[in-house]
Design a protein. Structure first.
Length: 574
């Protein structure tokens, strides 16, 4: 079983399997039967093979323990999460080979398509195709890149609005006015976002590939996107003329906004999973974690969240970037963080420099010393020539004009690089302005002539984010609600089907279920479909077949049920 990183454990929830109702299991069964039938020649062969290898059952919703057992065959695991989790958490789980699964399952009213994450989408959509090694590598790669992608404050607000919208859209009690209001908030928040953040670019690429991708020949592509594979309606809709098929390119995917509340109007067709890998690597090469420099610090600043920036000496700083001081060319020469800040070397905490030691922030110069001297590369002899020896009072002048004046109390090296110099009685100035005052106490100066990387989150998340949240749960701990009369009917029919023993008593019970449906539940189509499936397969139940077909035909006249009933009947053997 995969070990969940400690800082991600708060997002893990419990499945509470006993809370799934007989109708929930019937919804799962309907979708799985449809998918196994309809996707056999429409999905990429990796999905079809993966369905067989994964051991995912058609008859009932899988337990996360079963999912873990299946995915362990490929070195992956699964955890239950509580609905729509932050993108950074989602990506980090994927990067670590952990599939996040929402415990909830779509309502029968949303059986064809739901904008909210659910176990059908995760377990039946994502899991099977992960058994293909090339595709699996792509998912882990885009996950690892997604964890390094900067967002913006405005984008985070838009995400929260979108999360609320998916909740409202899935809730059967939501009114049209509530749905419209939630949609309006999403639009307002999205309109406040100017430009595309790195996180949004990765998100759009993920959406266009992992969620809604097609692969192969433009004239006869196959499905590999989980959003299509898990949607009874959209897996058919995507092959109609109503959906435009476009050749895959990273640029085209990024330029296309996501549609989360309706079926897709266009889809991208890639040639191979190798093409996807090349594309995501090309995107990564434009991002702050690989580019570095002032641009990367600006993205950290704009994110408004915890970020890490790394110097070429190997030292990194984790905290909220508060301000940048730039030279006349617009290059950052000094950076300040605010609040709890921690230092690390090669992702390992630097002893004595955790967030408790720098609880009010951190500031340090960036760049060469006057004379084009890279301080991080100086050996002991070079430092001595510069007067930089513990106990000496020094005046360090950077090429940028920043001056650091104080008594050296310590110098820390790592792999022959100077990474940190500590001072007492220290003042840091630029053009007469004090960037650090001696009365503030010890001044710890990170050493490095340039920033080589910046990314969201912490260099060492386990220590920085320890005990940051309480563990979430997907469902409350109260005992499950008593079954309704309709749910009891579903359970009785399922029990007879699973036993596959049709005694006179069982036949009479099925007839009683049908009679109760006619009396009390004239609009329930799914249980009627399950009864018809049994009646069509057993000669002793033939008396139920005709009335069930007539009732389903009448129900199918409602537009919302037409395709559901038609598709359900189509896979029942004559």
């Amino acid at each position: 079983m995969k070990i969940i990183p400690s800082h991600l454990k708060p997002y893990a929830a419990e499945q509470h399997y006993d809370r799934y109702t007989p109708i929930n299991h019937a919804v799962w069964r309907y979708v799985m039967r449809q998918n196994r039938h309809a996707l056999h020649d429409k999905a990429h062969s990796a999905f079809v093979d993966g369905l067989l290898r994964s051991g995912i059952e058609t008859e009932k919703i899988p337990r996360v323990s079963e999912m873990n057992e299946c995915l362990s065959k490929i070195g992956w695991g699964a955890i239950i999460v509580n609905g729509l989790i932050p993108g950074s958490v989602f990506y980090e789980l994927l990067a670590g080979g952990i599939l996040p699964i929402a415990a909830e399952i779509r309502k029968i009213t949303n059986i064809e398509y739901t904008p909210a994450p659910d176990i059908i989408h995760e377990a039946a959509g994502h899991a099977p195709i992960l058994f293909d090694p090339e595709y699996r590598s792509y998912v882990q790669k885009i996950g690892s890149i997604g964890t390094k992608a900067f967002s913006m404050k405005e984008r985070s607000e838009a995400f929260e609005a979108l999360r609320q919208l998916t909740i409202v859209m899935e809730d059967p009690k939501s009114t049209a006015e509530e749905k419209a209001a939630a949609q309006k908030v999403v639009e307002e928040k999205q309109n406040a976002v100017i430009g595309l953040s790195e996180a949004e670019k990765v998100s759009r690429l993920f959406w266009a590939t992992v969620e809604y991708g097609l692969i192969g020949d433009m004239t006869d592509p196959k499905i590999y996107g989980a959003g299509l594979l898990s949607s009874v309606g959209e897996s058919k809709h995507c092959f109609t003329d109503a959906v435009k098929k476009l050749p895959y390119s990273v640029e085209a995917c990024i330029e296309s906004p996501k549609l989360v509340t309706e079926m897709q109007s266009q889809l991208f067709v890639c040639k191979s999973f190798d093409e996807l890998m090349e594309g995501v690597e090309a995107l990564a090469n434009t991002m702050a974690f690989r580019v570095g420099g002032t641009e990367s610090l600006e993205k950290a600043l704009r994110s408004g969240n915890i970020a890490t920036f790394e110097f070429n000496s190997g030292i990194s700083v984790t905290g909220k970037v508060q301000a940048l001081v730039k030279d006349q060319n617009g290059e950052a020469i000094y950076v300040n963080t605010k609040g709890e800040t921690a230092l690390a070397v090669h992702n390992q905490p630097l002893e004595g420099h955790g967030k408790d030691d720098h609880s009010k922030g951190f500031g340090t110069p960036i760049g060469m010393l006057q004379g084009d001297i890279a301080l991080e590369a100086c050996d002991d002899q070079a430092l001595e020539q510069l007067g930089m020896v513990a106990g000496n009072f020094v005046d360090i002048l950077f090429a940028s004009g920043i001056s650091v004046s104080g008594r050296i109390t310590g110098i820390i090296r790592n792999n022959h690089h100077v990474i940190l110099i500590s001072f007492e009685d220290c003042t840091v100035t630029l053009d007469g302005n004090e960037l650090f005052k001696k009365e503030w106490g010890t001044y710890d100066m990170a050493v490095g002539s340039r920033i080589v990387s910046a990314y969201p989150g912490a260099a060492d998340p386990a220590s920085y984010f320890r005990a940051a949240h309480e563990q979430a749960e997907s469902m409350k701990k109260e005992p499950p609600s008593p079954l309704s009369e309709l749910e009891i009917l579903y359970r009785k029919a399922a029990a007879i089907r699973e036993k596959n023993t049709f005694t006179d008593e069982c036949i009479q019970e099925l007839c009683d279920i049908h009679n109760e449906l006619r009396r009390s539940y004239p609009k329930d189509w799914l249980l009627r479909l399950e009864l018809l499936e049994l009646a069509a397969s057993r000669p002793e139940l033939k008396q139920l077949e005709l009335p069930l077909k007539e009732e389903l035909t009448a129900l199918s006249k409602a537009a919302s049920m037409t395709n559901l009933i038609k598709n359900g009947i189509s896979i029942i053997p004559p």
